[in-house]
Structure formats: C-alpha cells, structure tokens
Design a protein around this ligand. Structure first.
Ligand SMILES: *Cc1c(COP(=O)(O)O)cnc(C)c1O
Ligand code: SF4
Length: 331
C-alpha cells in the first residue's frame, strides 16, 4: 500500500473514502485547523466514492464538487430558521420507512445510507441512518399501500435506494408490482452520478423487471459531475430499458449559482438523455445555511436560463414547504 492509500470504510472496501484528513490530503489541501471542522465531520461523517474523488482537481479548495463533500467550520454555526427537520417529515410518516405527503404518491425510505454524503443534505440529521426497509416494517408499508387505491406511484428514496443490492431491489419491486393499483415506480438516486460503479446492468435490470414503468430521477448539481463514460454508460443502460430519466438539482452557493453553470448542466443532461426536473431551493437544515442562495437571486438565475434554453431544459425552481400539498414553485 502506498502512503496515499485512503482509510477504507468497512462495508464497501476500495470504493469509498470516509476520512476527513484523508480527503484533504488526497485533494492536496492543508489539514483542517479548528475544532469546528472536526465536529462537523463527526456530526456527519465524510463519505466520498473514489470515482467521485477522481473528478476533483488537486489543490482547489473552492472546487464546486469538493465543496459538496468537504466538512467546513460553517456547519457548526447556528442560523435562525434552520433546524434538524425543516420539512416536518416526522409528521408525514404514517409508518417508519414511509412518507405520505402528497396525493397519489408515497415515498419509501428504503435505507438510511447513501453512497456519498452531501454536506447540504436535509437528511443529515435523520434518525433512521442505517435502517433498511425489510421484514415487519416492509410488510406494514405494503399493507398500507394495498389498502389505498388512490396511491398510483411509489418513490424509492432514502438515503439512496441504489446502494441496495440488485437482488433486494428486485424483491421489493416485485412486491410493489403485485399491488394492482400501482401504475408507476420512481427511483430517486444520486448513485448514477456519484458512484456509477454501483448501478450496473443488474440494478437497471432489477428495477425494470416488472410491469411498472420506471422513472429514474438522478441528482446532479454541476455539469462536471456528469463527466466520464461510467456515468453515461449507467444512464444508457436505464434508457435502453425504457426508463424515463430526470434530474433534480439543489441550488447551492459557490457550487452552481451561476447561469452558465446551470445552462451547461441542462445541456449536458440532455446529451445523456436526461431532462431537468426540479431545481430545489435549499431546505433549511441546520449546518447548511452557508449554501443558501437568496430567493431573489434564484429567480433571477432561472429567468436567465429561460432566455438561454428551450423551455424543456429549464428546471422548475421549487421550495419544499411542510404546509403545501406540492412543491412550491418560486417562479
Ligand atoms: C418530493 C416528494 C415527492 C414527489 O413529489 P413530486 O412533485 O411528484 O416530484 C413525494 N413525496 C415526498 C415526501 C416528497 O418529498
Ligand atoms: S440523500 Fe441524496 S443529497 Fe442527501 S446525502 Fe444522500 S445522496 Fe446526498
């Protein structure tokens, strides 16, 4: 082993870097100075797939991909209006592992784990890290769905559902397909972008195996995340099987709050067969306030996109709010 070998996480050897000091060393940055950075890294551990790490340049502390994964002292600052559960999701959960907030569709928290830890994520404080939807909990969720014919769409989310094995996904999808009133399956995942090596043919095949049409919503915030043949191969695999591909992005200060960046993101998504869906205003989660972009600036950016792109390449700017029966459009 060379001195450059990262400390490896136990569960997925070789694939993930999970140490703040190692991350800084690998990208050629000075070690973290203050206790705040260390506290941030303890509160929400570093998790960066090596394939994502390879897309980071050396020695660029302001790199937009690095900013999404590097713990910073700002995360320890308290900000008014920012809390641990900004979407009041605890209230929208009739059973552990199930969120039923919007008419006709439910979201399944299939696992609390993710392939990458995004510092801005509103799930960073979630109590269910490590939980997986199996056994009695899954049976209760399936009973809930069977009893409600008005539900037509199930969204597999998390955490990230695509860190589950193809075999487990396949069992879950077949159980859902057996519920006659379900019409669609949706998957929300950052894996095809952040860790494409985990979403190979077996996963695409498992998710496309049943009668349920598949909508795959990936999560990319910056066009450079979409570089490389692995990402395009994974997306192509889903497309070949007839999946509809959409992207959701989060508007993030210093990462993608520039019209050119968002324009290039839309163009590159289209090249890969993906249409932009949502551009989310940041959820007000404690520790992420330094990523916030003011609403006025957000609206201005989307207006600029409208001047530059065909309408179908302009994402819908939304904010999730706990009191609205849909994601609130800001424009
Ligand atoms: C975002 C979300 C959905 C899906 O909303 P769409 O507008 O259909 O994309 C469903 N359930 C929950 C809990 C959500 O957060
Ligand atoms: S849920 Fe999505 S945004 Fe949040 S840490 Fe996981 S991959 Fe990142």
């Amino acid at each position: 082993m060379s001195r450059d070998t990262p400390r490896l996480s136990r569960d997925t050897p070789r694939l993930i870097l999970s140490d703040d000091a190692e991350l800084r060393r690998r990208v050629g940055l000075k070690q973290a100075q203050g206790p705040d950075v260390q506290a941030a890294a303890r509160a929400f551990p570093v998790r960066v797939p090596l394939s994502y790490l390879r897309r980071l340049p050396r020695g660029v502390a302001s790199d937009p991909l690095l900013l999404q994964v590097l713990p910073r002292a700002e995360e320890q600052q308290e900000s008014p209006g920012y809390g641990p559960d900004p979407l009041a999701e605890a209230k929208a959960s009739p059973h552990p592992g199930l969120l039923h907030k919007y008419h006709g569709r439910v979201l399944l928290v299939t696992t609390g784990a993710c392939a990458i830890h995004c510092r801005y994520c509103f799930r960073r404080h979630f109590p269910y890290a490590g939980q997986t939807l199996t056994g009695p909990r899954l049976r209760r969720v399936l009973d809930y769905l069977r009893a409600r014919p008005e539900i037509s769409e199930v969204i597999l989310s998390g955490g990230d559902p695509l860190i589950l094995s193809a075999a487990r996904l396949e069992r879950l999808v077949w159980a859902l397909a057996a519920i006659p009133h379900l019409r669609r399956l949706r998957v929300h995942s950052r894996v095809p972008v952040a860790a494409p090596e985990r979403a190979g043919e077996a996963v695409a095949a498992a998710l496309s195996a049943t009668r349920l049409p598949l909508v795959l919503v990936i999560h990319s915030n910056h066009p450079r995340e979409l570089e490389g043949s692995k990402v395009s191969d994974v997306l192509e695999g889903f497309r070949r099987r007839g999946a509809i591909l959409l992207n959701q992005a989060v508007l993030l200060a210093a990462v993608n709050d520039a019209a050119e960046t968002l324009e290039t993101l839309s163009e590159r998504l289209f090249d890969l067969g993906v249409l932009p869906y949502y551009l989310h205003q940041l959820d007000r989660v404690a520790g992420a306030a330094h990523f916030a972009v003011p609403d006025r600036r957000a609206r201005e950016l989307v207006r600029q996109l409208r001047c530059r792109l065909p309408g179908y390449l302009v994402p819908r700017l939304v904010r999730e709010s706990s009191g609205t029966p849909y994601k609130l459009p800001l424009l």
